[in-house]
Design a protein around this ligand. Structure first.
Ligand code: ATP
Ligand code: MG
Length: 232
């Protein structure tokens, strides 16, 4: 039995930069099932972030079809897309993207701002998520009072607070040392075991090895899709 959450067919993205056209994605097709853990790898400029931005509904393709949970994304209105980004998708970035003046509970509450959840309940959920990523002792801290790994845990808690169908992470360990990277990948592994669908971009094969499947990109195309056999 399959439960396809992402289905892209012949996806294309052409950027126009002045006179120059850049074909960042050329004819990319694949499916991702619910509760898969996918890594996207490939050299710089191969189209990984472009693909993630489209899959995360932050950007639209210039050709092809993207079905998210069975719905054609190109047919969604701007407000439907905003709703999808808020409720169905969680993002984690290399540089954490936390607000420096807010304590970490308030940072994690941010995605709930657009829902009708009252602030007390939002704070309760934020504290619960921060507990889940091991930061229950740091609730009153602001981001620059935390280590890099702890900041990334806050970003992951924030991505999870809406219970999104998919978590997208673009180079989530790119700013972390190798020991902290292992801790963050262990956390993703735990979330995956609990049922989370995860799509992660990385340059490093050690990081990609945590996934079940690795999509290798080159020059805007899929070079190969590999199943990871060795479990970590
Ligand atoms: N907004 C843009 N306008 C024009 N060209 C762009 C734009 N964004 C990306 N590109 C080009 O599209 C191609 C793919 O870029 P993308 O950012 O997806 O690569 P990447 O695989 O994520 O690289 P990296 O590993 O360096 O993050 C590159 O050639 C890049 O220069
Ligand atoms: Mg990139």
């Amino acid at each position: 039995m399959t439960d396809t959450i992402i289905d892209i067919q012949n996806l294309q993205k052409i950027y126009h930069a002045g006179e120059v056209e850049v074909a960042a994605l050329k004819d990319v097709s694949f499916k991702i099932e619910r509760n898969e853990f996918i890594a996207i790898m490939g050299p710089s400029g191969s189209g990984k972030s472009t693909l993630m931005n489209i899959l995360g509904c932050l950007d639209q393709p210039t050709g092809g079809i993207y079905r998210l949970a069975g719905r054609d994304v190109s047919q969604m209105s701007d407000s439907e897309l905003a709703g999808v980004r808020n409720r169905d998708i969680g993002f984690v970035f290399q540089s954490f993207h936390l607000l420096p003046r807010l304590n970490i509970v308030r940072n994690v509450m941010l995605p709930l701002k657009y829902s009708d959840i009252d602030p007390e309940e939002a704070a309760r959920r934020a504290r619960e998520m921060l507990g889940r990523v091991g930061l229950e002792q740091r609730l009153n801290h602001v981001p620059n009072e935390l280590s890099g790994g702890q900041r990334q845990r806050v970003a992951i808690a924030r991505a999870l607070v809406n219970q999104p169908a998919i978590i997208f992470a673009d180079e989530p360990t790119g700013n972390l040392d190798s020991k902290t990277s292992v801790e963050i990948m262990d956390l993703f592994t735990e979330l995956h075991r609990a049922g989370q669908t995860i799509i992660l971009v990385t340059h490093e094969s050690e990081i990609a090895d945590y996934a079940q499947k690795v999509i290798h990109m080159r020059d805007g195309e899929i070079e190969e899709i590999k199943h990871v056999t060795a479990s970590v």
